[in-house]
Design a protein. Structure first.
Length: 134
């Protein structure tokens, strides 16, 4: 049996390192790509989720008439977001990686709850696909 990771079109792997890639709005030939600086898929997925939120926020008002180099602006903003995340991890090395710290809960249990929630969502999505195929 082949062990496959969930597919996310905006996360790619190159020489063992995960990258975040998104097409530019209204410009299918241009894209923004940057290294997520991790070899672990779940970490890449977590980072990409944050970058997706930032990408949507930054591109929501973009029109085809914009003459600025949107790709360079987005790349810069997304790199700052990654740097901020890395800085926070360095400053709080034992904090939860995925979840938000909660009083009375260990950091590991917070992360495990987040992971279990993601797995439940994935199972639900897959079950929905099976129902659609009937």
């Amino acid at each position: 049996m082949v062990n496959m990771l969930p597919q996310r079109s905006h996360i790619t792997k190159k020489r063992g390192v995960y990258f975040y890639r998104r097409r530019m709005p209204n410009s299918p030939d241009n894209e923004v790509a940057l290294s997520l600086q991790t070899r672990m898929f779940r970490v890449a997925e977590y980072l990409a989720t944050g970058l997706d939120q930032e990408f949507r926020r930054l591109t929501q008002d973009v029109t085809t008439d914009d003459k600025t180099d949107l790709a360079a602006i987005l790349r810069s903003c997304l790199k700052r977001r990654l740097a901020s995340d890395m800085e926070q991890r360095i400053e709080t090395p034992y904090a939860p990686m995925f979840g938000v710290a909660e009083p009375g809960k260990s950091h590991a249990s917070v992360d495990l709850e987040w992971i279990e929630g993601e797995l439940a969502s994935a199972r639900s999505e897959l079950a929905g696909r099976l129902d659609d195929g009937d």
